[in-house]
Design a protein around this ligand. Structure first.
Ligand code: MN3
Length: 201
């Protein structure tokens, strides 16, 4: 059973103007689809065919001969998680359990936002910024290329922001900071983050 491109949780024009329909046509319709297609080709007829996406990521992350499978499987997972990390009319300060947890572990929402933007801005080249839960505490991670905190023992991803240029170049050209600010102000799906926190606690 081959992997399929998971449906977007909203229409391709739903995040505009923060992220345009044109960006989602390329980013979801071309890039994410290509990772799915590449993964299916790479695992066909191997011992990984039929395994879950998470099992493939875990196995490939420990085997340097499977770097291509790791890159494509992790990118399939990371992008699906990224689409759910956003929603139309999202962003701004959180509510619910994550709001109290951010205040407790970062000091304030503003300090969390500064650290999250610093992680995204400090990722040289392509990669991701993350909010994770580990040992009961929130933390920020940045990962290069396809790397994901899924493979970090004890860490549970709660939120991610794609900082590859393909995520923002059509809408913000070279201004990653403007894209990251829009992600924080207009896009974060705190309901998804709260659900991930509840599932992990
Ligand atoms: Mn991407």
């Amino acid at each position: 059973m081959a992997f399929e491109l998971p449906p977007l949780p909203y229409s391709r024009d739903a995040l505009a103007p923060a992220i345009s329909e044109e960006t989602l046509n390329f980013h979801y319709g071309k890039h994410h689809q290509a990772y799915v297609n590449n993964l299916n080709k790479m695992i066909e007829g191997t011992e990984l065919e039929g395994k879950s996406l998470e099992e493939i990521i875990a196995a490939a992350s420990k085997d340097s001969s499977k770097a291509g499978i790791f890159n494509n499987s992790a990118q399939v997972w990371n992008h699906t998680f990224y689409w759910h990390s956003m929603k139309p009319g999202g962003g701004g300060k959180p509510s619910g359990a994550i709001a109290d947890k951010i205040d407790a572990d970062f000091g304030s929402y503003e300090k969390f936002a500064d650290e999250f933007k610093a992680a995204g801005g400090g990722q040289f080249g392509s990669g991701w910024a993350w909010l994770v839960l580990k040992d009961g505490k929130l933390g920020i991670r940045k990962t290069p290329n396809a790397e994901t905190p899924l493979t970090e023992p004890g860490a549970t991803p709660l939120l991610t922001m794609d900082v590859w240029e393909h995520a923002y170049y059509l809408d913000y050209q070279n201004s990653r900071p403007n894209y990251m600010q829009a992600f924080l102000d207009d896009l974060i799906n705190w309901d998804f983050v709260n659900q991930n926190l509840a599932d992990a606690s």
